[in-house]
Design a protein around this ligand. Structure first.
Ligand SMILES: [Zn+2]
Length: 243
């Protein structure tokens, strides 16, 4: 999970709220233009990855496959007044909503995150979730007990499929590194592998060009980029320091 820099709300959304003082979330969903504008703006903020699990938010020339997540739940007993508050909205995956093991917004539902902060309340420099990953198990954790509990119990970020996807990503990356080393046993000591690791860290910290949607240019982060960067730095900790 990474800090999300919230931008201005799109003008279509502002307009909708101005024209209909009683607008609610259903109003937004029924307004094709405003709904697209909000989805696009939110996906742009995260670099087209889910705000929690960092899976890709897919798009084609017409659609963005994204769920609008309410950081503070919009339920009538929670924060209905924030249902159209742009700073409360985030781009989220569907979280396996029809399956057995849900995660992200689909699992969180009406629960509140108290320790994983809303980025709006904090400056980027304070946004430290003490997130750790294991590249062998694909597990996400935090050295802060309360944050760790929310990662698991509220967001379900160690759901088996998610862990497998992270593990698979590391398998793909480490295969490239082993090959770069000429398949030597201590591949992380190989100069070529170390150089490649550095290049990959740089690449995964950047966005790349994706397919346009409704004529708008899309820039995407790589799915699970946070996990990949963390894992490379961990695997090459001593080698990158000694360079
Ligand atoms: Zn997700």
């Amino acid at each position: 999970m990474r800090h999300i820099k919230k931008e201005q709300e799109p003008k279509e959304f502002k307009q909708l709220k101005k024209l209909d003082k009683d607008a609610n979330f259903a109003t937004l969903k029924n307004d094709k233009n405003a709904n697209f504008a909000v989805k696009f703006a939110l996906a742009k903020e995260t670099g087209f990855v889910c705000c929690y699990c960092m899976q890709e938010i897919k798009n084609d020339s017409n659609h963005i496959v994204v769920q609008i997540e309410h950081f503070k739940p919009k339920d009538k007993n929670k924060f209905p007044e924030l249902q159209l508050e742009y700073s409360n909205l985030l781009a989220c995956c569907f979280g396996n909503q029809d399956g057995e093991n849900q995660h992200c917004g689909a699992k969180k539902e009406n629960e509140e995150l108290k320790y994983i902060p809303n980025s709006k309340l904090l400056k980027a420099k304070d946004f430290n979730l003490k997130i750790k990953y294991s590249y062998t198990s694909g597990k996400i954790s935090s050295s802060d007990k309360d944050i760790d509990n929310e990662l698991n119990e509220i967001l379900g970020l160690n759901e088996q499929n998610l862990k497998n996807k992270r593990k698979g990503k590391w398998k793909e990356i480490s295969k490239k590194l082993v090959e770069a080393s000429g398949r030597q046993k201590d591949w992380n000591k190989s100069k070529k592998a170390i150089n490649l690791a550095e290049k990959l860290i740089e690449r995964y910290n950047k966005k790349r060009r994706g397919e346009n949607t409704q004529g708008k240019q899309v820039y995407k982060h790589y799915p699970f980029y946070d996990f990949v960067v963390y894992s490379l730095k961990k695997r090459f900790k001593n080698e990158l320091l000694n360079k």
